[in-house]
Design a protein around this ligand. Structure first.
Ligand SMILES: Cc1cc2nc3c(=O)[nH]c(=O)nc-3n(C[C@H](O)[C@H](O)[C@H](O)COP(=O)(O)OP(=O)(O)OC[C@H]3O[C@@H](n4cnc5c(N)ncnc54)[C@H](O)[C@@H]3O)c2cc1C
Length: 380
């Protein structure tokens, strides 16, 4: 039995859990993080790098992304740990004539949201990336977008959190939350240990949020588990491109990763393998993802992925943006889930706001308001 009552208990040792913990502890909070496996063993770790992009992002996430632009350049110095962040620029390619109007409209909307965006025609995009296939008609360019090393950044946040006094317990699986008088009072671990919550309980355990909320509060959330696929080639002698890429209609993301390998991802999924107890990449999806890459960069035809993984589970939400809110059933519980494959880049801006909300109570900070649970309850 653990007799201590914690001011803040956070479930999940991914980027959201450890970054929020750091911000709370830096403001004087007493914080316990409960991580079921190890720090960065979920979506915040694994193969390659993550895209830090505003381009093509849901418009409701752009205020957070604009704030994240301010954080990423100095994060390495702030954490005293490597983040692998590089501002390489993002190109969102299009190949179809009917995508020109949408590209113009998106360039306008992103610009209005404070995201520097240029609409490039056929020759403009080739000035940046001469190796593109003839099929590419143009692109939206966000020069402030980039990439970062997710595993290193998460480890850096965790180290800083510990330094600030946060206790991070690994191998601590939370199986239930008990509610007393409309507040979460106790967290129960899989082994039966009970932990008392004095202030707020933050459920930042990504794919684990929905099952816990359902079991402990009887509330369903419109989120589900996915296994995004990512793959890398061997290092190449001459990098075929330098930007980060997305595509208007192909499920494709491309980036160069340290050591000179090409990484492809962008929406292809793996599946859960019950025998191995982890997500696995599927041969058809690997071939499909690579075929999309070759379509826009013909030089990639001579290469092939050396490693393909789908071992990092992510939570997807029905409207493709996260849920960040207090639970109606327990006013001291904040949940963050449903990141839908793009929660990484905004984390350094969202985590301090989640911490602020936990500290100050009241209404959600402005940039978090689009992610309220209430958006699914308009008829009630
Ligand atoms: C392959 C892939 C590519 C991606 N690419 C991008 C990208 O390019 N750009 C971008 O912005 N985003 C990207 N994302 C999304 C981004 O990585 C995630 O949205 C983000 O890392 C989520 O962080 P998190 O802290 O919420 O979750 P996680 O890192 O998954 O952390 C949650 C933690 O909670 C723990 N946990 C779960 N249940 C329990 C429990 N009951 N008790 C205790 N602990 C528990 C887990 O072990 C895990 O460590 C990608 C995701 C994947 C998988």
């Amino acid at each position: 039995m653990n007799e201590r009552a914690w001011e803040y208990v956070i479930v999940g040792g991914g980027i959201y859990g450890v970054a929020t913990a750091w911000h709370l502890a830096s403001a004087g909070g007493e914080v316990l993080v409960l991580e079921g496996r190890t720090v960065a063993s979920g979506a915040s770790g694994g193969l390659g790098k993550r895209g830090v992009r505003a381009n093509g992002r849901d418009l409701r996430e752009l205020p957070l992304m604009r704030a994240a632009y301010e954080v990423w350049p100095t994060l390495e110095a702030d954490l005293g740990h490597p983040t692998g962040w590089e501002r390489v620029g993002h190109l969102r390619l299009y190949e179809r004539h009917h995508d020109v109007g949408a590209a113009r409209a998106r360039a306008w909307a992103q610009g209005e949201a404070g995201i520097e965006t240029y609409h490039l025609d056929r020759s403009g995009v080739r000035e940046i990336e001469p190796g593109l296939s003839d099929v590419v008609l143009g692109a939206l360019h966000c020069p402030n977008d980039g990439v970062a090393d997710h595993s290193a950044t998460t480890a850096g946040y965790a180290a800083q959190a510990r330094e600030a006094g946060v206790v991070i317990r690994e191998g601590a699986v939370v199986s239930a939350v008990e509610v007393t008088g409309g507040r979460a009072a106790t967290v129960v671990l899989a082994g039966g240990e009970r932990i008392t919550v004095r202030g707020d309980l933050l459920l930042l355990n990504n794919t684990g949020v929905a099952p816990l909320v359902s079991a402990s509060f009887g509330r369903s959330l419109p989120v589900w588990k996915i296994f995004p696929q990512a793959m890398c080639t061997d290092p190449v002698a001459e990098p075929p491109f330098s930007s980060l890429f997305g595509h208007a209609h192909r499920p494709l993301a491309l980036k160069m990763v340290p050591g000179g390998a090409v990484m492809a991802s962008g929406g292809w999924r793996g599946r859960w393998n019950p025998e191995r107890g982890e997500g696995e990449a599927l041969p058809d999806a690997v071939r499909g993802n690579w075929a999309e890459a070759v379509r826009v960069f013909p030089v990639l035809e001579d290469l092939e992925p050396r490693v393909a993984r789908a071992d990092r589970a992510e939570s997807a939400c029905v409207d493709d943006i996260p849920i960040i809110d207090r639970l109606p059933e327990a006013s001291n519980v904040i949940v963050g889930t449903g990141w839908s494959g793009h929660g990484w880049a905004i984390a350094p801006a969202a985590a301090p706001l989640i911490a602020q909300w936990a500290r100050e109570g009241g209404d959600a900070p402005g940039p978090l308001r689009p992610f309220r649970l209430g958006r699914f309850m308009s008829r009630r």
